[in-house]
Design a protein around this ligand. Structure first.
Ligand SMILES: [Zn+2]
Length: 325
C-alpha cells in the first residue's frame, strides 16, 4: 500500500469511528438515545446464551470488511448484542412495556407490531449512520479529487436517504397504531412455531425483483418499496417466527414467501433459515454451544456465499447448502 492509500484508509477509519460514536437523538423525541435492544435480554437472548454471551453474525460494511472480512462472527455479551441507539430511556421503556412483561403473548397483534417496529427503527438508524458516513466522505478534503469515491458516496447518500423516506412511511403508520390513534390494523402478521433451535433474529427486508425493480423504479422517490418484517423469537420449548407486511405494500412474491414458511419438515426449515441468513438479512444471533456444533464446511459455504453476494438483495438468489444440517 502506498503512502496516499494508507492516508486515505486512516481518514476513512476515522470517519467511520466518528460516525459510529456520534450521539443520536431518540427516534421519536429530542432526547438523547440510549442503546435499545432489538430482542430483550430477559426471556429471549438469555434463553440461547452461555455465560451471558452469544454469537452475533453481522454483515460488515466495507470499512469494517477491510479488517474483519465481509461477514463478522463474534462472541458478544448479551448486554450489547442486537442493540442500537434508537430511543431515549423513557420511550424505550414505555413503548415496549407490553412486550417486556412476563405475560406477553406472541399471538397478540400489538406484540407482533412492537417487535416489527423496533427492527424497522434499527434499519432507519443504520441508514442514518450510513448517510452520515458518506456525507463526511463527501465533505472531506482528503477525497476532494477522488471522483470515483465521491460518486459512490453520492449514490450511497441518495440510496440511504430514499430508504429512510420509505421506512418512515411504515414507521408513521405503526406509531399511529401503537398510540391507538388509528383504529385499524394495517399490518398483516403470521405467527409460525417450529421445534426449538437456539437462534434469534429481528430484521426488515426489501425484496428486490430484477424484472420489476429496474434502476429507474429504484430511483423513483415517489414509489415506496415493499418491506417485510421478520422476527425469530426463541422460547423455552420452541422457535417462533413472526413475519409480516403492510397490507398495501405487498405482492404475490411476498404472500408466497410467507406461505413457504408453513408446514416445513425440520430439514426444510433449516434450509429456509440458511436461505434467510445467506440472502436476506444481515444480523442474527446464535447460541455459542450450537455454533460450535455446526459443520466447518457449511460455515465456509456460508462465508463464501457472503463474500460473493454481500450487497445482493435480489429474490432470485438461491443457496445449495444447509448451515444447520
Ligand atoms: Zn424519546
Amino acid at each position: 500500500m502506498d503512502k496516499k492509500m494508507k492516508q486515505d484508509l486512516k481518514i476513512l477509519q476515522n470517519i467511520f469511528k466518528n460516525a459510529r460514536n456520534k450521539k443520536h437523538k431518540c427516534l421519536v423525541c429530542e432526547e438523547k438515545s440510549i442503546n435499545s435492544h432489538l430482542l430483550q435480554k430477559n426471556g429471549i437472548l438469555n434463553i440461547i446464551s452461555s455465560n451471558n454471551h452469544i454469537i452475533q453474525i453481522t454483515g460488515n460494511d466495507f470499512f469494517k470488511a477491510e479488517k474483519e472480512g465481509i461477514i463478522g462472527i463474534k462472541s458478544i455479551g448479551i448486554n450489547r448484542a442486537m442493540s442500537y441507539p434508537l430511543f431515549c430511556n423513557i420511550h424505550d421503556t414505555n413503548i415496549f412495556a407490553p412486550v417486556e412483561t412476563e405475560e406477553y403473548s406472541l399471538n397478540d397483534y400489538t406484540s407482533q407490531l412492537l417487535f416489527s417496529y423496533r427492527s424497522l427503527c434499527a434499519e432507519i438508524r443504520k441508514k442514518m449512520i450510513n448517510t452520515d458516513i458518506f456525507e463526511r466522505i463527501k465533505n472531506s478534503r482528503q477525497f476532494a479529487v477522488n471522483f470515483e469515491l465521491l460518486k459512490l458516496a453520492q449514490s450511497q447518500i441518495e440510496a440511504n436517504s430514499m430508504g429512510i423516506q420509505d421506512l418512515n412511511w411504515y414507521k408513521n403508520i405503526m406509531e399511529l397504531e401503537i398510540n391507538n390513534s388509528y383504529n385499524t390494523t394495517d399490518y398483516i402478521f403470521e405467527k409460525i412455531d417450529y421445534d426449538f433451535i437456539p437462534i434469534s433474529a429481528s430484521a426488515v427486508y426489501s425484496p428486490i425483483n430484477p424484472s420489476e425493480h429496474t434502476l429507474e423504479v429504484l430511483k423513483d422517490s415517489e414509489k415506496i418499496l415493499n418491506y417485510i418484517f421478520i422476527n425469530l423469537i426463541p422460547q423455552e420449548d420452541k422457535l417462533t417466527l413472526i413475519i409480516g407486511y403492510h397490507k398495501l405494500k405487498t405482492n404475490n412474491w411476498i404472500k408466497e414467501y410467507i406461505t413457504s414458511w408453513k408446514g416445513l419438515s425440520d430439514i426444510e426449515f433449516e434450509k429456509k433459515l440458511t436461505d434467510l441468513f445467506a440472502t436476506k438479512i444481515e444480523t442474527w444471533v446464535i447460541s455459542p454451544d450450537y455454533w460450535k456444533e455446526l459443520e466447518t464446511k457449511n460455515i465456509k459455504a456460508f462465508k463464501d456465499y457472503w463474500n460473493d453476494n454481500a450487497n445482493n438483495l435480489r429474490i432470485t438468489q438461491s443457496v445449495d447448502f444447509n448451515l444447520f444440517e
